[in-house]
Design a binder for this molecule. Structure first.
Ligand code: PLP
Length: 349
């Protein structure tokens, strides 16, 4: 049987031979002493790409987001985020544990407006939490890879400035937002104080993210990274993979978007499926009346791995290791799986 087509996430990619070669031949040094030339080169490259003064290589997107919060909040503060934001929903309560902040959701569905932010900011009375930071996620994961409209971002930034809030961009998939809109990563990052980006999602590196911001902020971030156990030694072997990813895999995320649209179109023809509009590389499929777990299992039996993103919702994510030629067969298998799962669920009712 052919190896399974894995559409669970864009994190499942494996480093290709050329990336492994780049890792094997990387120049390295002890990065806790600031002596790893490849890590330095990555940090300078990413800072320039995002139009920020400085960048710090960190082990994961979670670490990047959490260090951004540690740098810009105090214990007891409130942070405003979109519904289902990764930094509040998928990071094991880290914001509460490390920064001691509580998140409040603005708007609904993940994206929000400047008016939603205004409404979420607490009045300055001392008996309220201090609202100190707003975080935007672009693209938004739980919203189904939706692009945060830049006009909204700019309006949100104006409110944040006027009200004295810091502004963080969770740009784990900023490359996808850039590909979808034609804007550069630097343009999308411009309104923000801090930006985290991931190399291990659509770009296909095995490990790593970066947190970018002002030189002063990144100096603080350095201390917090060490505190969290993220000071790494000959880290150039990982930075080399990220540099390779930036050189070779940024432009091609547009292919993932085309593949996701093709997948959505084919699956949209199935009567059991309600396919959400696709903006980037994530396809959310609602399956009313059918438990997602049944669909996931039926697809797995047909050699396609997908994820459940709700009780009656499945998620498909296209990436570097899903070639365009696999999309047709994957869609056919998923349509069959939907039919089987619906008939099993119908029989159980
Ligand atoms: C994946 C992801 C992250 C980071 O995840 P890690 O697994 O910690 O690297 C952060 N934000 C968003 C929106 C993500 O999708």
């Amino acid at each position: 049987m052919a190896p399974p087509i894995d559409l669970r996430s864009d994190t499942v990619t494996r480093p290709c031979a050329a990336m492994r070669n780049a890792m094997a031949s990387a120049e390295v040094g002890d990065d806790v002493y600031g002596e790893d030339p490849t890590a330095r080169r990555l940090e300078e490259t990413v800072a320039a790409l995002l139009g920020k003064e400085a960048a710090l290589f960190v082990s994961s997107g979670t670490m990047g987001n959490q260090i951004a919060l540690l740098c810009q909040t105090r214990r007891g503060d409130e942070i405003v985020v979109g519904e289902g934001a990764h930094c509040a929903y998928y990071e094991s309560g880290a914001a509460a544990a490390w920064s001691g902040v509580q998140p409040v959701f603005a708007g609904s569905g993940g994206l929000f407006t400047a008016a939603d932010l205004e409404a979420a900011i607490k009045p300055p009375e001392y008996w309220h939490p201090r609202t100190s930071l707003c975080a935007v996620e672009n693209t938004h994961n739980r919203a189904g890879g939706r692009v945060f409209p830049q006009a909204d971002v700019i309006a949100i930034a104006a409110v944040a400035r006027a009200r004295g809030l810091g502004l963080h961009l969770d740009g784990a998939r900023l490359w996808n937002a850039a590909a979808a809109t034609g804007a550069s990563p630097a343009e999308l990052a411009a309104p923000f104080d801090t930006v985290s980006v991931c190399f291990s999602k659509g770009l296909g590196a095995p490990i790593g993210s970066a947190l970018c911001g002002s030189r002063d902020l990144v100096r603080d971030a350095h201390r917090f990274r060490k505190m969290l156990g993220g000071g790494m030694r000959q880290v150039g072997v990982l930075a080399a993979a990220a540099l390779h990813a930036l050189d070779h895999n940024v432009a091609r995320v547009a292919e993932d978007h085309a593949n996701a649209r093709a997948l959505a179109e084919a699956i949209g023809a199935a009567p059991e499926a309600r396919v959400a509009p696709v903006e980037t590389n994530i396809v959310n499929v609602d399956v009313p009346g059918v438990p997602a777990a049944l669909v996931v299992a039926a697809a797995a039996r047909r050699g396609v791995r997908i994820g459940a993103s709700g009780p009656e919702r499945v998620r498909l994510v296209t990436h570097l290791d899903v070639p365009t030629a696999a999309i047709g067969p994957a869609a056919a298998a998923i349509c069959e799986a939907l039919r089987e799962a619906a008939s099993v669920a119908g029989g159980a009712r």
